[in-house]
Design a protein around this ligand. Structure first.
Ligand code: UD1
Ligand code: BG6
Ligand code: NA
Length: 365
Protein backbone atom coordinates (compact mmCIF):
# COMPACT_ATOMS: atom_id res chain seq x y z
CA UNK A 1 0.00 0.00 0.00
CA UNK A 2 2.96 2.31 0.56
CA UNK A 3 3.91 1.71 -3.08
CA UNK A 4 7.27 3.23 -3.86
CA UNK A 5 7.43 5.09 -0.54
CA UNK A 6 9.30 4.07 2.60
CA UNK A 7 6.64 5.32 4.99
CA UNK A 8 2.93 6.19 5.00
CA UNK A 9 3.67 9.72 6.20
CA UNK A 10 5.92 10.25 3.18
CA UNK A 11 3.29 8.79 0.84
CA UNK A 12 0.56 10.93 2.35
CA UNK A 13 2.64 14.11 2.07
CA UNK A 14 3.30 13.44 -1.62
CA UNK A 15 -0.31 12.48 -2.27
CA UNK A 16 -1.61 15.97 -1.47
CA UNK A 17 -2.12 17.21 -5.03
CA UNK A 18 -4.48 14.26 -5.43
CA UNK A 19 -6.19 14.40 -2.00
CA UNK A 20 -6.89 18.12 -2.45
CA UNK A 21 -8.39 17.38 -5.85
CA UNK A 22 -10.75 14.80 -4.35
CA UNK A 23 -11.71 17.19 -1.54
CA UNK A 24 -12.87 19.71 -4.15
CA UNK A 25 -14.30 17.23 -6.68
CA UNK A 26 -17.87 18.07 -7.68
CA UNK A 27 -17.99 20.95 -5.22
CA UNK A 28 -16.78 23.88 -7.34
CA UNK A 29 -19.67 24.40 -9.71
CA UNK A 30 -20.67 27.19 -12.11
CA UNK A 31 -18.21 29.59 -10.52
CA UNK A 32 -19.61 28.90 -7.03
CA UNK A 33 -19.30 26.32 -4.26
CA UNK A 34 -21.78 23.53 -3.67
CA UNK A 35 -21.47 21.58 -0.44
CA UNK A 36 -24.28 19.03 -0.43
CA UNK A 37 -23.86 18.43 3.30
CA UNK A 38 -24.42 22.09 4.23
CA UNK A 39 -26.85 23.48 1.70
CA UNK A 40 -30.00 22.93 3.80
CA UNK A 41 -28.35 24.62 6.77
CA UNK A 42 -26.70 27.67 5.20
CA UNK A 43 -29.51 30.01 6.24
CA UNK A 44 -29.27 28.93 9.87
CA UNK A 45 -25.49 29.29 9.84
CA UNK A 46 -25.73 32.80 8.34
CA UNK A 47 -28.03 33.84 11.17
CA UNK A 48 -25.88 32.44 13.98
CA UNK A 49 -24.38 34.77 16.55
CA UNK A 50 -21.00 33.10 16.58
CA UNK A 51 -19.07 30.21 15.05
CA UNK A 52 -17.18 28.07 17.55
CA UNK A 53 -14.42 25.92 16.04
CA UNK A 54 -13.59 22.85 18.12
CA UNK A 55 -10.91 20.20 17.64
CA UNK A 56 -7.70 18.63 18.97
CA UNK A 57 -4.13 18.54 17.67
CA UNK A 58 -3.74 19.01 13.94
CA UNK A 59 -7.49 19.38 13.44
CA UNK A 60 -7.52 22.35 15.82
CA UNK A 61 -4.65 23.87 13.84
CA UNK A 62 -6.58 23.42 10.57
CA UNK A 63 -9.54 25.30 12.06
CA UNK A 64 -7.17 28.04 13.23
CA UNK A 65 -5.77 28.32 9.69
CA UNK A 66 -9.29 28.77 8.30
CA UNK A 67 -10.42 31.24 10.94
CA UNK A 68 -9.22 34.53 9.41
CA UNK A 69 -10.85 33.76 6.09
CA UNK A 70 -14.08 32.46 7.62
CA UNK A 71 -14.39 35.69 9.61
CA UNK A 72 -13.62 37.77 6.53
CA UNK A 73 -16.09 36.06 4.22
CA UNK A 74 -18.96 35.51 6.65
CA UNK A 75 -18.62 38.49 8.98
CA UNK A 76 -19.46 36.10 11.83
CA UNK A 77 -17.10 36.13 14.84
CA UNK A 78 -15.18 32.87 15.25
CA UNK A 79 -13.94 31.59 18.59
CA UNK A 80 -11.45 28.74 18.87
CA UNK A 81 -11.77 25.89 21.34
CA UNK A 82 -9.44 23.01 22.08
CA UNK A 83 -12.04 20.34 22.88
CA UNK A 84 -10.58 19.33 26.25
CA UNK A 85 -10.32 22.96 27.36
CA UNK A 86 -13.94 23.69 26.47
CA UNK A 87 -14.93 20.68 28.59
CA UNK A 88 -12.63 21.63 31.47
CA UNK A 89 -14.15 25.10 31.62
CA UNK A 90 -17.67 24.03 30.70
CA UNK A 91 -17.45 27.18 28.55
CA UNK A 92 -20.65 28.84 27.41
CA UNK A 93 -22.26 27.48 24.23
CA UNK A 94 -25.64 28.88 23.20
CA UNK A 95 -28.56 27.92 20.95
CA UNK A 96 -27.60 30.86 18.73
CA UNK A 97 -24.11 29.38 18.14
CA UNK A 98 -22.95 27.19 15.30
CA UNK A 99 -20.35 24.76 16.64
CA UNK A 100 -17.99 23.34 14.00
CA UNK A 101 -16.22 20.12 15.00
CA UNK A 102 -13.07 19.25 13.09
CA UNK A 103 -11.70 15.71 13.33
CA UNK A 104 -9.90 13.56 10.79
CA UNK A 105 -11.01 10.30 12.42
CA UNK A 106 -14.34 11.51 13.73
CA UNK A 107 -13.66 9.39 16.82
CA UNK A 108 -11.51 11.55 19.12
CA UNK A 109 -12.98 11.25 22.62
CA UNK A 110 -12.61 14.88 23.67
CA UNK A 111 -14.09 16.15 20.42
CA UNK A 112 -17.07 13.80 20.73
CA UNK A 113 -17.65 14.79 24.37
CA UNK A 114 -17.55 18.44 23.34
CA UNK A 115 -20.10 17.56 20.65
CA UNK A 116 -22.44 16.00 23.22
CA UNK A 117 -22.02 19.13 25.33
CA UNK A 118 -22.83 21.48 22.42
CA UNK A 119 -25.84 19.37 21.42
CA UNK A 120 -27.16 19.56 25.00
CA UNK A 121 -26.76 23.32 24.85
CA UNK A 122 -28.80 23.52 21.67
CA UNK A 123 -26.16 24.74 19.18
CA UNK A 124 -26.28 23.79 15.52
CA UNK A 125 -23.47 21.22 15.24
CA UNK A 126 -21.47 20.90 12.03
CA UNK A 127 -18.82 18.22 11.39
CA UNK A 128 -15.72 18.44 9.20
CA UNK A 129 -14.33 14.91 9.01
CA UNK A 130 -12.47 12.47 6.81
CA UNK A 131 -14.44 9.45 7.97
CA UNK A 132 -17.85 8.62 6.53
CA UNK A 133 -19.93 6.78 9.11
CA UNK A 134 -17.80 8.02 12.04
CA UNK A 135 -19.48 9.00 15.32
CA UNK A 136 -18.80 12.65 14.52
CA UNK A 137 -20.41 12.38 11.10
CA UNK A 138 -23.44 10.55 12.49
CA UNK A 139 -24.04 12.73 15.54
CA UNK A 140 -23.63 16.20 13.98
CA UNK A 141 -26.65 17.88 12.39
CA UNK A 142 -24.79 18.32 9.12
CA UNK A 143 -21.26 18.65 7.79
CA UNK A 144 -18.66 18.10 5.14
CA UNK A 145 -16.69 14.93 4.44
CA UNK A 146 -13.23 16.07 3.39
CA UNK A 147 -12.72 13.01 1.14
CA UNK A 148 -8.92 13.03 1.53
CA UNK A 149 -8.71 9.22 1.47
CA UNK A 150 -7.61 7.00 4.33
CA UNK A 151 -4.74 8.49 6.38
CA UNK A 152 -2.50 5.93 8.11
CA UNK A 153 0.53 7.85 9.43
CA UNK A 154 -0.11 8.92 13.02
CA UNK A 155 1.07 12.42 12.16
CA UNK A 156 -1.72 13.99 10.13
CA UNK A 157 -0.60 15.58 6.85
CA UNK A 158 -3.00 15.32 3.93
CA UNK A 159 -6.04 15.55 6.22
CA UNK A 160 -4.74 18.92 7.48
CA UNK A 161 -4.60 20.50 4.04
CA UNK A 162 -7.96 19.00 3.03
CA UNK A 163 -9.57 20.26 6.25
CA UNK A 164 -8.38 23.80 5.45
CA UNK A 165 -9.75 23.56 1.92
CA UNK A 166 -13.08 22.15 3.17
CA UNK A 167 -13.41 25.02 5.63
CA UNK A 168 -12.47 27.52 2.92
CA UNK A 169 -15.27 26.11 0.78
CA UNK A 170 -17.60 26.33 3.79
CA UNK A 171 -16.74 30.03 4.20
CA UNK A 172 -17.36 30.61 0.48
CA UNK A 173 -20.74 28.87 0.71
CA UNK A 174 -21.85 30.70 3.87
CA UNK A 175 -20.68 34.06 2.46
CA UNK A 176 -22.16 33.49 -1.01
CA UNK A 177 -25.15 35.78 -0.37
CA UNK A 178 -22.89 38.83 0.00
CA UNK A 179 -22.54 40.88 -3.18
CA UNK A 180 -19.74 43.08 -1.84
CA UNK A 181 -17.33 40.14 -1.60
CA UNK A 182 -18.16 38.50 -4.95
CA UNK A 183 -14.82 39.46 -6.57
CA UNK A 184 -12.89 38.18 -3.57
CA UNK A 185 -14.80 34.88 -3.68
CA UNK A 186 -14.16 34.52 -7.42
CA UNK A 187 -10.43 35.01 -6.85
CA UNK A 188 -10.36 32.36 -4.12
CA UNK A 189 -12.30 29.87 -6.23
CA UNK A 190 -9.83 30.36 -9.04
CA UNK A 191 -7.02 29.92 -6.48
CA UNK A 192 -8.59 26.65 -5.32
CA UNK A 193 -8.65 25.36 -8.88
CA UNK A 194 -4.91 25.81 -9.31
CA UNK A 195 -4.01 24.75 -5.76
CA UNK A 196 -3.21 21.07 -6.56
CA UNK A 197 -0.65 22.16 -9.15
CA UNK A 198 0.88 24.70 -6.73
CA UNK A 199 1.17 21.87 -4.22
CA UNK A 200 2.92 19.64 -6.80
CA UNK A 201 5.30 22.52 -7.31
CA UNK A 202 6.13 22.98 -3.62
CA UNK A 203 6.70 19.22 -3.22
CA UNK A 204 9.79 19.68 -5.40
CA UNK A 205 11.41 21.18 -2.29
CA UNK A 206 11.78 17.60 -0.96
CA UNK A 207 15.54 17.39 -1.57
CA UNK A 208 16.14 20.86 -0.15
CA UNK A 209 14.17 19.99 2.98
CA UNK A 210 16.24 16.84 3.44
CA UNK A 211 19.40 18.98 3.30
CA UNK A 212 17.91 21.43 5.77
CA UNK A 213 16.94 18.53 8.06
CA UNK A 214 20.50 17.22 8.03
CA UNK A 215 21.71 20.62 9.25
CA UNK A 216 19.23 20.49 12.14
CA UNK A 217 19.53 16.88 13.36
CA UNK A 218 21.50 17.80 16.46
CA UNK A 219 19.50 20.88 17.43
CA UNK A 220 17.74 20.73 20.75
CA UNK A 221 14.93 22.98 19.73
CA UNK A 222 13.34 24.70 16.75
CA UNK A 223 11.12 27.80 16.88
CA UNK A 224 8.62 28.69 14.17
CA UNK A 225 7.24 32.23 13.91
CA UNK A 226 4.08 33.00 11.93
CA UNK A 227 1.20 35.43 12.00
CA UNK A 228 -2.12 36.11 10.29
CA UNK A 229 -3.04 33.32 7.90
CA UNK A 230 0.16 31.52 8.84
CA UNK A 231 0.00 31.55 12.61
CA UNK A 232 -1.56 28.09 12.29
CA UNK A 233 1.26 27.05 9.94
CA UNK A 234 3.75 27.85 12.70
CA UNK A 235 1.82 25.79 15.26
CA UNK A 236 1.29 22.88 12.89
CA UNK A 237 4.90 22.87 11.59
CA UNK A 238 6.16 22.76 15.18
CA UNK A 239 3.65 20.04 16.09
CA UNK A 240 4.92 17.86 13.23
CA UNK A 241 8.56 18.27 14.35
CA UNK A 242 7.69 17.52 17.97
CA UNK A 243 5.45 14.50 17.35
CA UNK A 244 7.52 12.59 14.80
CA UNK A 245 11.08 13.92 15.00
CA UNK A 246 10.88 13.99 18.83
CA UNK A 247 12.56 17.39 18.89
CA UNK A 248 11.33 20.24 21.02
CA UNK A 249 9.65 22.77 18.80
CA UNK A 250 7.26 25.66 19.38
CA UNK A 251 5.11 27.60 16.98
CA UNK A 252 4.74 31.20 18.01
CA UNK A 253 2.78 34.25 17.04
CA UNK A 254 5.33 36.66 15.59
CA UNK A 255 3.40 39.58 17.09
CA UNK A 256 4.26 38.18 20.53
CA UNK A 257 7.98 37.89 19.84
CA UNK A 258 8.98 40.84 22.02
CA UNK A 259 6.89 39.60 24.90
CA UNK A 260 9.14 36.70 25.82
CA UNK A 261 10.43 34.55 22.94
CA UNK A 262 13.07 37.14 21.98
CA UNK A 263 14.96 36.20 25.16
CA UNK A 264 15.70 32.77 23.65
CA UNK A 265 17.38 34.09 20.51
CA UNK A 266 21.09 33.37 20.07
CA UNK A 267 23.37 32.15 17.28
CA UNK A 268 22.55 28.48 17.93
CA UNK A 269 18.79 28.19 18.17
CA UNK A 270 17.31 27.61 14.69
CA UNK A 271 14.26 29.79 13.98
CA UNK A 272 11.92 29.45 11.03
CA UNK A 273 10.12 32.67 10.08
CA UNK A 274 7.17 32.43 7.70
CA UNK A 275 7.19 35.57 5.56
CA UNK A 276 5.23 34.82 2.40
CA UNK A 277 3.34 37.68 0.73
CA UNK A 278 0.16 38.87 2.38
CA UNK A 279 -1.02 41.90 4.33
CA UNK A 280 1.43 41.06 7.17
CA UNK A 281 4.51 40.90 4.95
CA UNK A 282 6.17 44.14 6.02
CA UNK A 283 5.63 43.26 9.68
CA UNK A 284 7.42 39.97 9.10
CA UNK A 285 10.28 41.79 7.34
CA UNK A 286 10.81 43.82 10.47
CA UNK A 287 10.61 40.70 12.68
CA UNK A 288 13.41 39.20 10.56
CA UNK A 289 15.53 42.35 10.96
CA UNK A 290 15.04 42.29 14.72
CA UNK A 291 16.00 38.62 14.93
CA UNK A 292 19.07 39.17 12.75
CA UNK A 293 20.22 42.07 14.88
CA UNK A 294 20.26 39.60 17.79
CA UNK A 295 22.32 37.15 15.73
CA UNK A 296 19.42 34.75 15.26
CA UNK A 297 20.00 31.64 13.14
CA UNK A 298 17.21 32.18 10.61
CA UNK A 299 15.44 30.03 8.08
CA UNK A 300 12.95 32.19 6.20
CA UNK A 301 10.03 30.89 4.18
CA UNK A 302 9.12 33.42 1.52
CA UNK A 303 7.34 33.70 -1.82
CA UNK A 304 9.34 32.81 -4.94
CA UNK A 305 11.68 35.64 -5.91
CA UNK A 306 11.55 37.30 -2.48
CA UNK A 307 14.85 36.00 -1.03
CA UNK A 308 16.55 39.39 -1.06
CA UNK A 309 13.39 41.20 0.05
CA UNK A 310 13.20 39.09 3.22
CA UNK A 311 16.91 38.81 3.88
CA UNK A 312 18.94 41.57 2.20
CA UNK A 313 22.12 40.57 4.06
CA UNK A 314 21.99 37.07 2.55
CA UNK A 315 22.66 35.57 5.98
CA UNK A 316 19.43 33.53 6.21
CA UNK A 317 18.65 30.15 4.80
CA UNK A 318 15.68 30.72 2.49
CA UNK A 319 12.80 28.41 1.51
CA UNK A 320 11.01 29.83 -1.54
CA UNK A 321 7.44 28.67 -2.12
CA UNK A 322 4.90 29.42 -4.86
CA UNK A 323 2.67 32.39 -4.10
CA UNK A 324 -1.06 31.61 -4.03
CA UNK A 325 -4.15 33.49 -2.84
CA UNK A 326 -3.32 34.74 0.68
CA UNK A 327 -5.90 32.60 2.48
CA UNK A 328 -4.73 29.45 0.65
CA UNK A 329 -1.05 30.07 1.39
CA UNK A 330 -1.20 27.94 4.60
CA UNK A 331 -1.94 24.89 2.43
CA UNK A 332 1.27 25.46 0.45
CA UNK A 333 3.41 26.64 3.38
CA UNK A 334 2.85 23.63 5.62
CA UNK A 335 4.26 21.24 3.03
CA UNK A 336 7.97 22.13 3.34
CA UNK A 337 7.53 21.82 7.12
CA UNK A 338 5.89 18.39 6.76
CA UNK A 339 8.84 17.34 4.57
CA UNK A 340 11.29 18.78 7.07
CA UNK A 341 9.67 16.87 9.97
CA UNK A 342 9.65 13.69 7.91
CA UNK A 343 13.34 13.89 6.96
CA UNK A 344 14.39 14.94 10.46
CA UNK A 345 12.65 11.84 11.82
CA UNK A 346 14.32 9.47 9.37
CA UNK A 347 17.75 11.07 9.90
CA UNK A 348 17.36 10.94 13.68
CA UNK A 349 16.40 7.28 13.40
CA UNK A 350 12.89 7.42 14.84
CA UNK A 351 9.70 5.63 13.86
CA UNK A 352 7.90 7.83 11.31
CA UNK A 353 4.49 6.21 11.18
CA UNK A 354 4.17 5.16 14.84
CA UNK A 355 5.79 7.89 16.92
CA UNK A 356 6.65 7.04 20.50
CA UNK A 357 3.70 7.25 22.94
CA UNK A 358 1.20 8.52 20.35
CA UNK A 359 -1.91 7.00 18.77
CA UNK A 360 -3.64 7.84 15.51
CA UNK A 361 -6.94 8.22 17.21
CA UNK A 362 -7.25 9.07 20.91
CA UNK A 363 -10.53 7.44 21.88
CA UNK A 364 -10.16 7.76 25.65
CA UNK A 365 -10.01 10.91 27.77
C1 UD1 B 1 -22.72 13.12 -1.09
C2 UD1 B 1 -22.20 11.67 -1.03
C3 UD1 B 1 -21.19 11.46 -2.12
C4 UD1 B 1 -21.83 11.77 -3.47
C5 UD1 B 1 -22.42 13.17 -3.47
C6 UD1 B 1 -23.23 13.39 -4.75
C7 UD1 B 1 -21.92 10.38 1.06
C8 UD1 B 1 -21.17 10.18 2.33
N1 UD1 B 1 -21.57 11.41 0.28
O1 UD1 B 1 -21.59 14.00 -0.90
O2 UD1 B 1 -20.75 10.09 -2.09
O3 UD1 B 1 -20.86 11.69 -4.50
O4 UD1 B 1 -23.31 13.34 -2.35
O5 UD1 B 1 -23.90 14.58 -4.73
O6 UD1 B 1 -22.80 9.62 0.74
N2 UD1 B 1 -22.48 15.01 7.42
C9 UD1 B 1 -22.67 15.20 8.76
N3 UD1 B 1 -21.59 15.41 9.55
C10 UD1 B 1 -20.31 15.39 9.06
C11 UD1 B 1 -20.11 15.19 7.68
C12 UD1 B 1 -21.22 15.00 6.88
O7 UD1 B 1 -23.81 15.20 9.26
O8 UD1 B 1 -19.36 15.56 9.85
C13 UD1 B 1 -23.68 14.77 6.56
C14 UD1 B 1 -23.93 15.90 5.58
O9 UD1 B 1 -24.71 16.92 6.13
C15 UD1 B 1 -24.65 15.14 4.47
C16 UD1 B 1 -23.99 13.76 4.50
O10 UD1 B 1 -23.41 13.62 5.77
O11 UD1 B 1 -26.00 15.00 4.79
C17 UD1 B 1 -22.97 13.59 3.42
O12 UD1 B 1 -21.99 14.61 3.50
P1 UD1 B 1 -20.93 14.84 2.31
O13 UD1 B 1 -20.35 13.52 1.95
O14 UD1 B 1 -20.01 15.92 2.67
O15 UD1 B 1 -21.97 15.33 1.20
P2 UD1 B 1 -21.79 15.49 -0.38
O16 UD1 B 1 -20.54 16.19 -0.71
O17 UD1 B 1 -23.08 16.04 -0.86
C1 BG6 C 1 -4.15 12.33 17.68
C2 BG6 C 1 -3.32 12.24 16.42
O1 BG6 C 1 -3.43 13.00 18.69
O2 BG6 C 1 -5.38 13.00 17.46
C3 BG6 C 1 -3.16 13.62 15.78
O3 BG6 C 1 -2.06 11.69 16.71
C4 BG6 C 1 -4.52 14.25 15.57
O4 BG6 C 1 -2.48 13.49 14.54
C5 BG6 C 1 -5.35 14.28 16.84
O5 BG6 C 1 -4.36 15.56 15.05
C6 BG6 C 1 -6.80 14.64 16.55
O6 BG6 C 1 -7.36 13.62 15.76
P1 BG6 C 1 -8.65 13.78 14.90
O7 BG6 C 1 -8.92 12.42 14.34
O8 BG6 C 1 -9.74 14.22 15.84
O9 BG6 C 1 -8.39 14.79 13.86
NA1 NA D 1 -24.87 13.79 10.70
Amino acid sequence: KKGSYDHYMQKEIHEQPHSLTTTMRGRLKDGGVLLGGLKEHLKTIRRCRRLVFIGCGTSYNAALAARPFVEELTGIPVTMEVASDLLDRQGPIYREDTAVFVSQSGETADTLLALDYALENGALCVGITNTVGSTLSRNTHCGVHINAGCEIGVASTKAYTSQIVAMTMMALAVGSDQISTQARRDAIISGLTSLPSNVSDVLKLDVGMKELASSLIDSESLLVFGRGYNYATALEGALKVKEVALMHSEGMLAGEMKHGPLALVDENLPIIVIATRDACFSKQQSVIQQLLSRRGRLIVMCSKGDASAVCPSGSCRVIEVPEVADCLQPVVNIIPLQLLAYHLTVLRGFDVDQPRNLAKSVTTQ
